[in-house]
Design a protein around this ligand. Structure first.
Ligand code: ADP
Ligand code: TRP
Length: 330
């Protein structure tokens, strides 16, 4: 059975190859198997990034990068959250069956309070309500989320159940996590340990030019290069191999693995190959990003088209919710 899959995307910052291999590549495949909704959560970003000067530009950047990578507005519903006013209306209603106590106990809220004590706005408190609205308004059953979003997804289930029991209906499905299973990869950074991430400052970005990529890869941390038979590979070198496996052919991986085992590896050569192969994946995407970002007409049309499709599905849910709740004027 086809599932309704929905994913919200933060509009803060450029996409790196960790996002690409960890999430996006799977999204692109998912489009052929499910009814997918992908949207940019610009309302959510206002809770922490309210600057009107960057607001539009950030959405445009992320949208262009997703489209350039292969999200297809014909196969999926691709939209911007704020262009679907039904979301804001259902969010108002959802707030009536969400409790302040449970929202205050959310980890992400507590963390924000700790980190930014001067900006504890009500939007931060109700962030999980808006996120649950995003999911429930399309009656999605599957939501691909990382670890940091699991609690929010659990809350969406709580709100769905609570509505159903409060009004004695079987209306909202309970959304569960979409698991990519064995295909789930964690892309490491090139700084020796840990994952690649925006806040880690160790990203190779889809929008990076060739020179930048080569510079970043050549600077990657390695080790002395002397290997004893049977010794375990150091973490920085394992990381290089992990990325090599994602971008290079089996023969190339095999070649460097044998060199490594024989204690003959020259990391400079391996990095050059790695940079070449990363460029092969990202440079065509970079070209499309630049094209799309410059094409105001295409972007406007795409957002309009996505909003039309998303509003159709959202308004249907909203009308049914209002009927269940006892609204009778329309
Ligand atoms: P970032 O770390 O850049 O802030 P996000 O937390 O916004 O990334 O994650 C967006 C998506 O990309 C999530 O689905 C997340 O699991 C995936 N992702 C981010 N970094 C990596 C990585 N290094 N390896 C694999 N997947 C990643
Ligand atoms: N909170 C999510 C994040 O920070 C983004 C998001 C907003 C989302 N609404 C959503 C994700 C609905 C999945 C479903 O990454």
């Amino acid at each position: 059975m086809k599932e309704i899959v929905l994913s919200g995307i933060r509009s803060t910052g450029n996409l790196h190859i960790g996002n690409y291999f960890g999430a996006l590549r799977n999204f692109i495949k998912m489009q052929d198997e499910n009814d997918c909704f992908f949207f940019i959560a610009d309302l959510h970003s206002l809770t922490t990034h309210p600057d009107p000067l960057n607001f539009h530009e950030n959405v445009k950047t992320v949208l262009s990068e997703y489209l350039a990578s292969g999200l297809d507005p014909e196969k999926s519903v691709i939209f911007v959250q704020s262009t679907v006013p039904e979301v804001s209306e259902l969010y108002t209603l959802m707030n009536m069956w969400s409790y302040v106590g449970e929202l205050e106990r959310t980890s992400s809220f507590k963390e924000k309070v700790r980190k930014h004590p001067n900006n504890v706005n009500a939007g931060l408190l109700t962030y999980p309500v808006l996120m649950a609205t995003d999911i429930l308004i399309h009656r999605a059953n599957r939501v691909p989320v990382g670890k940091d979003q699991e609690q929010h997804l659990e809350m969406a289930r709580v709100f769905a159940r609570r509505f159903n029991s409060l009004y004695n209906v079987d209306f909202f499905p309970e959304p569960s996590a979409y698991n990519f299973g064995t295909e789930l990869v964690k892309v490491p950074g090139l700084d020796g340990s840990g994952k690649m991430g925006k806040s880690e400052g160790n990203g190779i970005y889809l929008a990076d030019d060739e020179k930048t990529i080569r510079k970043k890869v050549m600077k990657a941390v390695t080790d002395s290069g002397t290997v004893d038979a049977g010794a375990t590979m150091s973490e920085p070198v394992q990381n290089l191999f992990t990325i090599l496996q994602l971008v290079s052919s089996n023969e190339v991986v095999q070649f460097y693995m044998e060199k490594y085992r024989a204690g003959e590896i020259r990391y400079g050569d391996m990095k050059k190959q790695l940079a070449d192969d990363i460029c092969k994946v990202t440079l065509p995407i970079r070209e499309r990003i630049l094209e799309i970002k410059d094409n105001e007409k295409y972007l406007n049309e795409t957002v309009k088209y996505g909003a039309e499709k998303a509003r159709k599905s959202a308004s249907k849910t909203l009308a049914e919710v209002k009927k269940i709740m006892g609204f009778k004027w329309n």
